[in-house]
Design a protein around this ligand. Sequence first.
Ligand code: HEM
Length: 318
Amino acid sequence: MGRTPVVNENYWSVIDAARRDIHRSLTQNGNNAAPILLRLAFHDAVNYDASTKRGGANGSVRFTQELNRPGNNGIENAIRFCEPIKRRHPDITYADLYQLAGIVAVEVTGGPAIEFIPGRTDTDVPDEDNIPNPRGGADHLRNVFYRMGLNDKDIVVLSGAHALGGAHKDRSGFDGNFTRNPLKFDNSYFVELLRGDTPGLVKLPTDKALVSDPRFRSFVELYARDQRAFFRDYAESHKKLSELGFNNYNYQQSNIYDSDGCNEQQELDSAQAYVFEDNNGGCPMQFNYGYAKPYANANTNANGYGCCPSSGYYYNAC
Ligand code: HEM
């Protein structure tokens, strides 16, 4: 019945190494794979059913049966990107790897830091199909996302991922980038949505539904005028998305769950009380785990964010 990793010190060092490896592989190719990695993370999590608690971020998208679904056209490129990383770090589960890749994709393109908690189980069976139909309207979006246990704000803010990349005729039938700079994660998706049809850019019917539906539209307007609000809410909703079907059981049960040498009880306290830094301003966040509460035994920088003395990594420091 699948594989659940034991989240101990050793697993945390595997995660750290995989994170650096993803970062390196991405930047070596000019971040070109960032959009498809982010889409991969979404498509692995999207099949979660909150009522049955089945599906979610469990690595199932790697199965041919899922990859053959028309909504997953193109995802095989992201799977292929991840395979050498999996080979170099065989202990990481696919489920953790895909979600970690999505988070690094957001970070390297200038988006907010997103907290990553490892421990997802790999399923050994494909999930049911809950991929949204890009030709759907507001009702369809609500059906898909409510089934996952997400809400209107999650729908709008997560759609902001369409700051990156675009559509390809041979994959979805649509063609063109969503924004003018498809390798920069910012709030331009919302700015473009409010402009209406713009030559050279593509808007899916589901994108347009965010403007025509009044409840969705209020969030679009907020994020178009306030990138900080977008980054703050995006980081929160993306974390939720990345943990669908994952109950953090291992994480909560383990007394030692990272390798940075900080006082573990302090980390447990801080994990319960974390506040998200929005990383506005595009700081490089290679080793950002999203904790904003300094540890008792940590040095702090001018912003009051902690740096673990033994690892030397700053947490949420620009
Ligand atoms: C709200 C419902 C959504 C629908 C209907 C939808 C649909 C689509 C479609 C049709 C494409 C174009 C695929 C292609 O032709 O290559 C696409 C691209 C993309 N989607 Fe979504 N999407 C949705 C939400 C999301 C979410 C929540 C995320 C991530 C959190 C996401 C991330 C992306 C990215 C990054 C791309 C660009 C991929 C590339 O350039 O290869 N999408 N989406």
